[in-house]
Design a protein around this ligand. Structure first.
Ligand SMILES: Nc1ncnc2c1ncn2[C@@H]1O[C@H](COP(=O)(O)OP(=O)(O)OP(=O)(O)O)[C@@H](O)[C@H]1O
Length: 558
């Protein structure tokens, strides 16, 4: 106290005494510093004291627990934390049997109680929770990068023991997995960073909603399932069944079959190629990793890195395979596989080759066919994945790209047949089910079904009897010309009439006429535009050649 008085006394007697300004300033600084330090120490001590009662978990967007946390926020946490015996047994949860088939396990993540620390929770793609120090490796790996700038939501609880956090995260995980059973996760290739970005989770699409010619869906589904269960078979074929060939440092096993399978879905636009892949992913419980080969910045190295980073059990989707090489895909002896020719033909002229390379470099894409082939089945390519490639122009693909071993199963998608038209009509207008189902006969289940139906139907659809729907579907199919309109076009028409099944059939003939007229008009416009462009190009070339001629004549005169 005396010290403070001593320090302050000069202030009070300021008017009477001659004060040394410098000393006064120094004293004020010392007083201020002391007070601030004392304040900070008090606050820090208080925070430390309060924090000793709290545990805080940080959820990074790059980690799977982030998803679980978000779901958990939607879930009633009060239910989790109340003490009426509903608390989750963490150890029991670890033993929850999986609902996923064996090949879908890559989507499951085990939580180990050892790994939850007071510092935070992170999770690697391999599934174990790890301490945050290891996070940088995971980000480098890049599989779990997503949109967003990496904000860290936090969750704190008043507790000294971290059991409550474990329970919370485990319950969140369980809720998340329950939800994920109905969704397909989509990851997109990010060519800026050479990583996969999570692009959202879509509701699974039932296979029954895809209308293809009889047997096609079943064939593909059975083939995929068979492949996913055949790892041992492939491995056995890779064992020493035949003498190895040694070429320098490399050893080849002639009977080794890489554990990969490729499907080439080709055909007209809007025929269900992409929809089928999404539906298959849902059925098989796999995530989809999408690469657009024509995207900016795509290069051989980039593709190889991306391909090497897909998990072993997933669907790898190469969309619009032909668009990667917009001028067609071809390999000639002189080129390294970069696209050549302007119309899908394989031109070996060096000028066209160099032109095409220039234009590739303009948009930052330097992907070559050789690079694509290497990343599909090179040493670094992931095993166990299902490769799906789609294209509208199979004729533009190099045979090397579509050969068996790279694309084992080819499926041709055509315009809608009458059979498909009937099927899609029935998908749109489900018949009224007169007899109660087994679950509906149970009053509790019946209530649940009624509630879910109410939730689903946001518009009034008249439910017709099975016979009437069947008859309408037949009439609809009879009016649809075979192999002329895409299924997507039919879907568009049905969507417009989703609440008017009877009128939809009555008006379909008129719609077909208008569709044909519109197509003819579009075709005519396209032809006129092309003719105009051709004429302009010819005139330009003529003017250029005249100008060149004049310049040459002028040079000769000089
Ligand atoms: N066979 C089909 N069964 C059910 N729906 C279909 C079918 N074909 C197309 N559709 C519908 O048409 C729309 C477009 O289909 P999708 O994107 O799968 O066609 P695509 O063949 O992949 O087209 P593109 O080649 O232009 O990418 C989707 O909404 C889908 O529901």
């Amino acid at each position: 106290m005396d010290t403070i008085k001593g320090l302050l006394s000069p202030l009070t007697s300021a008017s009477s005494n001659a004060i040394n300004d410098t000393v006064l300033v120094q004293k004020l600084v010392v007083i201020g510093g002391t007070v601030e330090t004392a304040r900070r120490m008090t606050v820090s001590a208080w925070n430390g004291f309060v924090d000793s009662f709290f545990l805080t978990a940080h959820f990074s967007q790059e980690d799977y627990p982030y998803d679980w946390y978000v779901i958990c926020m939607l879930y009633d946490i009060a239910t989790l934390l109340n003490s009426d015996g509903k608390q989750v047994d963490a150890l029991a949860l670890q033993g929850v049997p999986s609902q996923q088939p064996a090949w879908g396990r890559s989507r499951e993540f085990d939580i180990t109680t050892r790994s939850i620390s007071r510092h935070g929770l992170t999770q690697s793609t391999s599934g174990d929770l790890e301490d945050e120090e290891e996070e940088s490796d995971q980000v480098l790996d890049g599989r779990r990068k997503r949109k967003g700038d990496g904000d860290y939501p936090q969750f704190g609880v008043v507790a000294r023991n971290n059991d409550i956090l474990k329970k919370l995260v485990l319950e969140a995980k369980r809720e998340y997995e329950k939800d994920a059973e109905h969704r397909v996760h989509i990851f997109m290739a990010d060519t800026s960073y050479g990583c996969w970005r999570w692009n959202g989770a879509r509701q699974k699409r039932p296979m029954s909603s895809i209308v293809l010619e009889p047997g096609v869906k079943d064939m593909i589904l059975a083939d995929c399932k068979d492949f996913l269960c055949s790892e041992d078979w492939y491995a056995e074929r890779g064992e020493d069944k035949a003498p190895e060939i040694v070429l320098g440092a490399l050893t080849f096993n002639p009977t080794g079959i890489p554990f990969r399978r490729g499907y080439l879905l080709h055909g007209v636009p809007g025929s269900g190629k992409t929809s089928l892949i999404h539906s298959l992913a849902g059925e098989l419980g796999l995530d989809i990793y999408v690469v657009s080969l024509s995207s900016k910045g795509m290069s051989d190295n980039m593709l190889s890195t991306l391909m090497g980073n897909v998990p072993s059990r997933c669907i790898l989707l190469l969309e619009d395979l032909d668009a990667a090489f917009t001028r067609g895909v071809s390999r000639d002896e002189k080129s390294t596989g970069t696209p050549t020719g302007s119309n899908g033909s394989s031109s070996s002229s060096s000028s066209s080759s160099s032109k095409s390379k220039d234009s590739d470099n303009e948009d930052g894409s330097t992907l070559s066919l050789s690079g694509l082939l290497n990343s599909l089945d090179g040493v670094a390519a992931a095993e166990g994945r299902l490769l799906f490639a789609t294209t509208n122009h199979i004729e533009r693909l190099d045979p090397a790209l579509s050969r068996p071993g790279r694309m084992d199963v080819w499926v041709n998608f055509k315009h809608a047949t009458k059979w498909q038209a009937e099927g899609i009509f029935k998908c749109f207008f489900p018949a009224k089910n007169d007899k109660p189902t087994a679950s509906e006969s149970d009053p509790v289940d019946a209530e649940k079904v009624a509630v879910s139906k109410r939730k689903r139907s946001t518009h009034v659809v008249p439910l017709l009897s099975e016979e009437e729907i069947s008859e309408l579907a037949k009439r609809f199919a009879a009016a649809i010309p075979e192999n002329e309109l895409s299924v997507a076009a039919l879907q568009g028409y049905l969507l417009k009439n989703k609440t008017r099944p009877r009128e939809c059939v009555e008006e379909v003939a008129g719609w077909i006429v208008s569709e044909r007229e519109m197509r003819a008009k579009l075709k005519k416009e396209k032809e006129e535009r092309e003719a105009k462009e051709k004429k302009e190009a010819e005139e330009l070339a003529k003017k250029e050649s005249e100008a060149n001629k004049k310049t040459e004549e002028a040079v000769i005169e000089v």
